[in-house]
Design a protein around this ligand. Structure first.
Ligand code: UGA
Length: 432
């Protein structure tokens, strides 16, 4: 398993759990040391327990040395493909250096299985590179096997995926994949066998669709705001139409994280290179709607403090880009918190899991040890990541801790009636 960040570590642990001998390779010695010691370097429910259990079987180990993985029957490529600084396109340097390290070690026929999210055409380039540089030459098989796991549900999504996609160039590749995933296939998981290009596209198309669905309902929220309609009710009513469905139709502060935002941008950049930028121009609107929600949240908060943040105290509930995660990459919550801080307010943030990451990357903000502490003396409270812990807060008990009882629910997840009944001025995105 080449790359042991979120995807690679989860996949390595789950494959060892399924009974395979797995060796995770990463150039980051600190990550390798942590995983070897049974410590998962990120927050993911259940993963620490599964890591400990699989390490104990002796089937799983981690190393910084590619040489130790040289004799593997198959090589999964799980390295990151972040957004290039200042550009929409994906940075493929990790993939390129992984291929450069792996190629000289391939001395016998082998299958290289790509799982990273890549611009279409990358797999074909990787395969050509391996054929040229591996001692075994064109006996390297390439398979593209996109991964759809969600943070917070990583184990469940890996062990019980809703589909398996195998992008292959020959029956040898398909046979290898059917063997590796036999236990899942036997439970009825649908398998879609495609060429390399289609498999690479499936992943970005899926994320583009999910982002579009979120921005669609957030665009409806914008219309609701000027018509005094209720986007939550609107979304509920749409959800009963089986053709539409209710998942990913929650209006609020919009999407963030290490995947959706950068994937739609990289997809647009790739479409431009391929001369079909018009086909994906709607994705720039999807991105723009998403950004506008953040600005709207700041405006709502400003309205609560008489149009000026100067010398105001703002309590922020949530820092992670979504609940059950400590991931703060492109976090809508921290973006909003930072904008308000820059506008002159004292912003105090609390998150159940993402405090270490938030403090490291956003040192200018103030941090509290609990939700209660974050809202102490606040002029307005902002609910920006919908952790269960925040839904369970008692608005009656909190009422006396704040200077003004203003709450803006950026995730449409709190019980509006309960907060209003406790004397709070409750506002939300897309709702009266
Ligand atoms: C996403 C995809 O859902 C996974 O299928 C995919 O494998 C993964 O990216 C990836 O490419 O690796 P993830 O980034 O973990 O997974 O997060 P999501 O659960 O998709 O949520 C993304 C963002 O959308 C979050 O900020 C969430 O708060 C927001 N969201 C989600 C909404 O605003 N409304 C919704 O209805 C749903």
């Amino acid at each position: 398993m080449i790359g042991t960040s979120y995807l690679g570590a989860t996949h390595a642990i789950c494959m060892a759990h399924l009974g395979y001998d797995v060796i995770g390779v990463d150039v980051d010695a600190e990550k390798v040391a942590k995983l070897t010691a049974g410590v998962v370097p990120f927050f993911e429910p259940g993963l620490t327990e599964l890591l400990e259990a699989t390490l104990a079987t002796g089937r799983l180990r981690f190393t910084t040395s590619y040489d130790e993985a040289a004799d593997a029957d198959v090589h999964f490529v799980c390295v990151g493909t972040p957004q290039r600084r200042g550009e929409n396109a994906a940075d493929l340097s990790y993939i390129e250096s992984a291929m450069a390290s792996l190629a000289p070690l391939l001395t016998r026929p082998t299958v290289v299985i790509g799982k990273s999210t890549v611009p279409v055409g990358t797999a074909e380039r990787m395969l050509a590179f391996l054929h040229e540089h591996a001692p075994v030459g064109n006996q390297v098989e390439m398979v593209w096997n996109p991964e759809f796991l969600r943070e917070g549900w990583a184990i469940e999504d890996t062990l019980h995926p809703d589909r398996l996609v195998f992008g292959v160039t020959s029956s040898t590749g398909e046979k290898a994949m059917r063997e590796i995933f036999a236990s899942m296939i036997s439970t009825g998981v649908p398998v879609v066998v495609t060429d390399l290009a289609t498999a690479q596209l499936v992943k970005v198309a899926a994320n583009a669709f999910l982002a579009t669905k979120i921005s669609f309902i957030n665009a409806m929220a914008e219309v609701c705001e000027v018509t005094h309609a209720d986007v939550k009710k609107l979304s509920e009513a749409l959800s009963y139409d089986g053709r539409i469905g209710g998942r990913f139709l929650h209006a609020g502060l919009g999407f963030g994280g290490g995947c959706l935002p950068k994937d739609i941008r990289a997809f647009m950049a790739r479409a431009g290179e391929l001369g079909v930028d018009q086909a994906l121009s709607f994705l720039s609107e999807v991105d723009a709607i998403n950004q506008r929600r953040r600005a709207r949240m700041v405006d709502l908060a400003r309205e609560c403090v008489d149009d000026s943040f100067k010398r105001r105290k703002v309590g922020v509930l949530g820092a992670a880009f979504k609940p059950n995660s400590d991931d703060i990459r492109d976090s809508p919550a921290l973006d909003v918190a930072t904008r308000i801080h820059k506008a002159g307010a004292q912003v105090t943030v609390y998150d159940p899991a993402a405090m270490v990451n938030a403090r490291r990357d956003y040192p200018a903000l103030t941090y509290a040890a609990s939700a209660e502490e974050a809202i102490d003396g606040a002029d307005v409270v902002l609910h920006l990541t919908e952790w269960q812990e925040f839904r369970e807060l008692d608005p009656v008990a909190l009422a006396d801790r704040v200077r003004q009882r203003h709450i803006v629910d950026g995730r449409n997840a709190l019980d509006a009636e309960r907060w209003r009944a406790a004397g709070w001025h409750y506002r939300a995105l897309g709702r009266p």
